[in-house]
Design a binder for this molecule. Structure first.
Ligand code: ZN
Ligand code: ZN
Length: 346
């Protein structure tokens, strides 16, 4: 039986979010019903609620950094049981048979279902985590170890895996010099993860205002990109540069900071096309790459890694009535480092 649950939604593109109710489907044989405890605010929630990427589905309930407790499970569910602490990230379904799905790279499936602003295989709208409950196919639900801070675990489901996957793919570890560009919701988790993997970590931030935090979270070095001296001093230094910034950067300047065979991987989506001089790649056999979240198995691996290394996001906990204010503060980089909504306030 479909149930109706409390949520916060943007009624139309760019409109402030407001309390509402949305339907949740009946718990099917392979579904779990999750009572949400914490829901993170991702910058992409703001882009989508304001129609900055493509025309969205409204009313829109954003939220793809979800942690909570299983409160019901279908009869075929074996992965999770009632009472388990679980999480849901950026997608809630995929085709399960394409090359991407078979390789455990479900995030690149062309027939997947995003957690919100999408339509499920049954034709109903997908509503996200700014809500008290959600029903999700158990195969797309992660186990969140009890040892991770509860509220701080929520952002791991998007910010965490967005950083973990490229750090692993490009071999961040002992003997590797990794630069994290941007010290925000994504970047601060990247610093913790890269440090825990054993890499030498440098933060490249616009100013030095977050230097103390950066060093405290595990960075070995911290430089301001507003200082031209940074680009002279660090030339040829890094094996891997992970760019978490969505703004248009001078990619050539950053590529000069790579060693031979180094890679610069981009996680943010600037609204305009980027330009790069190919000489920046050719002179040093360098790569310019992109990466998007991670697959289900890798997301579980990330959560287990975070439990082992006591990693969670640094969060500011808010009640739902402060979502619109939080959106403005995210846009002015006035959060250290991720807003998380207490789901009891929906
Ligand atoms: Zn996100
Ligand atoms: Zn697929």
């Amino acid at each position: 039986m479909t149930t109706t649950v409390n949520a916060y939604a943007a009624p139309a593109a760019g409109a402030p979010l407001a309390p509402t109710t949305v339907p949740r489907r009946a718990v099917g044989p392979n579904d779990v019903l999750i009572e949400i405890r914490y829901s993170g605010i991702c910058h992409s929630d703001i882009h989508q609620a304001r129609d900055e990427w493509r025309p969205g589905n409204f009313p829109m309930v954003p939220g793809h950094e979800i942690v909570g407790v299983v409160s019901a499970a279908g009869e075929a569910v074996t992965r999770h049981k009632v009472g388990d602490r679980v999480g849901v990230g950026c997608f809630v379904d995929s085709c399960r048979k394409c090359e991407a799905c078979l390789a455990g790279l479900e995030q690149y499936c062309r027939n997947g279902t995003a957690t919100y602003n999408d339509t499920g295989a049954d034709g109903t709208p997908a509503y996200g985590g700014y809500s008290t409950h959600i029903v999700v196919d158990a195969d797309y639900v992660l186990a969140v170890p009890e040892s991770i801070d509860y509220a701080g675990a929520a952002p791991l489901l998007c910010a965490g895996i967005t950083l973990y996957s490229p750090l692993r793919h490009w071999g961040a570890g002992p003997g590797k010099r990794v630069a994290i560009v941007g010290m925000g919701g994504l970047g601060h988790v990247g610093v913790k993860l890269a440090h825990a993997m054993g890499a030498e970590v440098t933060v490249l931030s616009q100013t030095l205002s977050k230097k103390d935090d950066g060093l405290r979270l595990g960075a070995d070095d911290f430089h301001a990109t507003s200082d031209p001296q940074t680009f002279r001093e660090l030339a040829g230094r890094f094996d891997l540069i992970v760019n978490t910034v969505s703004a248009d950067l001078d990619l050539d300047a950053y590529l000069r900071l790579l060693r031979i065979d180094g890679t610069m991987v981009n996680l943010g989506l600037p609204s305009e096309a980027s330009s790069v001089r190919l000489s920046s790649l050719i002179g040093g056999r360098k790569s310019l790459a992109g990466s998007m979240i991670g697959g289900i198995a890798e997301t579980q691996e990330m959560l287990d890694f975070c439990a082992e290394h006591q990693i969670a996001a640094e969060v500011e906990l808010i009640s739902a009535d402060r979502i619109n204010e939080a959106y403005e503060r995210v846009l002015s980089s006035d959060v250290r480092y991720r807003f998380v909504i207490d789901a009891t306030s929906f």
